[in-house]
Write a protein that binds this ligand. Structure first.
Ligand SMILES: O=C(O)c1ccccc1N[C@@H]1O[C@H](COP(=O)(O)O)[C@@H](O)[C@H]1O
Length: 214
């Protein structure tokens, strides 16, 4: 089995190149201004143009309105929209139809009850992404907090759409996370940073290398 990886929150050419050279299948750009990983659309456009065919560029949004989506999509050649806010199935369908882009919906997991939303979102989204529910802290982001959830909640579960595992993954724990959940796609952001918002090429290489052969 080959596990595909997404490296999210890229904002510099060197770490983008490290992700691509290491075999990442997806690269992510954050369009959520409060995040330390937020990138201006003009810079994201330049970075996305460095991404080779076969690697997909994903734009991360949190409850975006249509004007903001149009503003970003007009400058950045994205392959997929990641919705990481509280978008409901109706809004997901609306975004897909209006912007004609594949959509990956983040489902935030704190306990077994949170999985119910996944089935409803799978009816309209192209992919699901499972992340931890944000911690109860005033500075917590809607995602990208480096927090893992109980991976056993996903063990043996099946979904109607492809899905990615995220939340607190690191080079050290990603192999175990894949073993427990059966994930064939994983997404990482803070686990490959040397400080909040700053990607580290060595950690990106280690993360991708620890996935090879799984
Ligand atoms: O990375 C961010 O800054 C971010 C901001 C708002 C919503 C989601 C965000 N990141 C996504 O969160 C998960 C988990 O990240 P981490 O590896 O635990 O840091 C991942 O899917 C990121 O794409």
């Amino acid at each position: 089995m080959t596990v595909a990886a997404k490296i999210c929150g890229l904002s510099e050419p060197d770490t983008l190149r490290a992700a691509v050279a290491g075999g990442a299948r997806y690269v992510g750009f954050v369009f959520y201004p409060p995040s330390p990983r937020a990138v201006a659309p003009a810079l994201a456009g330049e970075l996305a143009r460095l991404v080779p065919t076969g690697v997909r560029s994903v734009g991360l949004f949190v409850d975006p309105d249509d004007a903001f989506l149009e503003h970003v999509l007009g400058q950045v050649p994205l392959d997929m929209i990641q919705l990481h806010g509280s978008e409901n199935p109706r809004r997901i369908a609306e975004i897909k139809a209006r912007h004609r882009m594949p959509v990956m919906k983040a489902i935030k997991i704190g306990g077994p009850d949170d999985l119910a939303l996944a089935a409803a979102c799978a009816e309209v989204a192209d992919r699901l992404l499972f992340d931890a529910k944000p911690p109860n802290r005033s500075d917590a982001l809607p995602g990208g907090n480096g927090v893992a959830f109980d991976w056993t909640l996903l063990a043996g579960r099946r979904w109607d759409k492809p899905w990615m595992l995220s939340g607190g993954l690191t080079p050290d724990n990603v192999a175990e996370a894949v073993r427990v959940t059966g994930a064939v796609e994983v997404d990482v952001s803070s686990g490959v940073e040397d400080r909040p918002g700053h990607k580290d090429a060595g950690l990106i290489r280690a993360f991708l290398s620890n996935l090879s052969g799984l």
